[in-house]
Design a protein around this ligand. Structure first.
Ligand code: CO
Length: 217
């Protein structure tokens, strides 16, 4: 593991490289941010949102927690969504899960890790809701992959059902909720075919994404 001193040296080299490319970059960015995207992803160290999408600082607002869960009583996540939608006016919210997610697998296994079990209870709700679909997937790895995908779809629906997003749509604000999943083994993002851009379309987009999952699995 590199030392903190190495991290600081890396940082200086990075800042120098960015400034060489665009001498005003940090000065411009320090005045304001206007990201087009809000990313809601897993806290996993292997899923660096801006790096894997090729975005620069300033282009993506980010919220990460274990297993990319969106709960309607989580003030932290709701505050991020509110600021992103109402102040920054992002055009896309991306809920991004990843395969082999430790949180999702703990939920699937019912394994016990203490306090976090309560958080992962939300993923177990997803597991229970789609019990038959997950059972039919096959071995543990296949079931885990399916639950990782279903968890993205359900959490994206939770985002679309927040008062913040519903009110944005009522105001006529352009805002799309997307569901993606990342493969740790190949570094690729996969589109889960979920694009919710109004309350009326929520159910049909949800069913369409589930149907797309059934076809690919
Ligand atoms: Co994870």
């Amino acid at each position: 593991m590199p030392t903190i001193k190495t991290l600081l040296e890396n940082n200086r080299a990075w800042a120098r490289a960015v400034s060489t490319e665009d001498p005003d970059f940090f000065e411009k960015l320090s005045r304001q941010q206007s990201p087009g995207y809000l990313w809601i992803g897993c806290a996993d160290s292997r899923v660096p949102s801006t790096q894997l999408t090729g975005l620069m600082p300033g282009e993506m607002f980010v919220h990460r927690n274990v297993a990319n869960v969106v709960v309607h009583a989580d003030l932290n996540c709701l505050s991020v969504i509110q600021y992103a939608v109402e102040v920054l006016k992002v055009e896309h919210i991306i809920v991004c899960g990843h395969y082999s997610c430790g949180g999702v697998e703990a939920a699937l296994r019912d394994s016990q890790h203490g306090l976090i079990d309560n958080w992962l209870r939300h993923v177990q709700d997803v597991r229970n809701k789609h019990h038959d679909f997950i059972d039919a997937a096959g071995d543990f790895a296949a079931q885990s992959a399916r639950l990782c995908e279903l968890n993205v779809i359900e959490q994206a629906v939770n985002v679309a059902q927040t008062t913040i997003v519903r009110q944005a749509w009522e105001r006529g604000q352009g805002l799309t909720v997307n569901g993606l999943i990342y493969g740790l083994k190949d570094g690729l993002l996969r589109d889960l075919q979920l694009r919710i851009n109004n309350s009326q379309g929520l159910e049909s987009e949800y069913q369409k994404a589930l149907a797309a999952l059934r076809e690919t699995n």
